[in-house]
Design a protein around this ligand. Structure first.
Ligand code: C5P
Length: 242
């Protein structure tokens, strides 16, 4: 994969015009666009289609419901938005993930596209050990993350969203073919914002990340194209040196 193809730019806004203009500017220098709940709930599939305009899309909607409902959501969204990557919460359980995997494959076959990668969220990075305890989940967090990643893989999911500090453990548990999509990335020159445990793009790729979800270091940069290009250069230089 080319260095720039690993970059998924997170466009976090409810404004279709702003999102479209940014997506158009960076389209040639990143691998794809990540849109999430804020944008989808404001604009629906129509807004999503306007923004991505044929670019690979990671649609970050994190489904978590009974299997029948999640299967229906996957069918609807694959038809309406044709994402390259979509996700569910692994905590929804094996049957829910299996239903999502089956619905994803059937819908892709029916409309004649390559099935989107269906990846799992393990433990939200906003939760700590005390939070897990309060919702009655197994601790420590690192063990729970690996347990849910393995469950997602057994259920047929293609990969997981994970924080930089979880890459090594999930890669070791789930092997090379399991796609790891990693937010919490900060290039050497950028501010951490509200991200607490970050890795640089090159460090994350060296640790085993497949895709990097990068928002503000690109979207809030004075020149988003230059920022994305510098990130791709940083990844390329470090892979060449390795
Ligand atoms: O601006 P920034 O690079 O921090 O954006 C990261 C993106 O990844 C945001 O859309 C954020 O919601 C998302 N994300 C994250 N941490 C997670 C999961 C998703 O930052 N654990």
């Amino acid at each position: 994969m080319e260095a720039h193809e690993r970059i998924l730019v997170a466009i976090d806004t409810a404004d279709t015009k702003a999102a479209t203009s940014l997506a158009q500017r960076v389209a040639g220098v990143v691998g794809g666009i990540k849109l999430g709940l804020e944008f989808f709930n404001a604009t629906g599939p129509e807004g999503v289609r306007a923004v991505v305009a044929g670019k690979p899309l990671f649609l970050d909607l994190k489904y978590h419901d009974i299997p029948n409902t999640v299967a229906g959501a996957v069918r609807s969204v694959v038809r309406a938005c044709r994402p390259s990557i979509l996700n569910v919460h692994a905590a929804g359980g094996r049957a829910m993930m299996q239903a999502a995997v089956a619905a994803n494959q059937e819908t892709a076959d029916a409309i004649g596209i390559t099935p989107p990668s269906l990846i799992a969220v393990t433990v939200l990075t906003s939760l700590d050990d005390a939070d897990l305890d309060s919702i009655g989940q197994y601790r420590p967090i690192g063990d729970q993350v690996v347990r849910l990643a393995r469950l997602a893989q057994e259920a047929g999911c293609d990969g997981a969203v994970c924080s930089p500090r979880e890459i090594t453990a999930i890669r070791a548990a789930c092997g090379d073919g399991f796609q790891l999509v990693v937010p919490g990335i900060r290039p050497t020159s950028s501010a951490a914002d509200d991200q607490k445990r970050t890795l640089t793009p090159a460090e994350a790729v060296a640790a085993g990340a497949d895709y990097l979800v990068i928002g503000r270091p690109i979207t809030q940069a004075p020149d988003p194209v230059a920022a994305a290009t510098a990130i791709a250069d940083e990844i390329r230089a470090s892979s060449a040196a390795a």
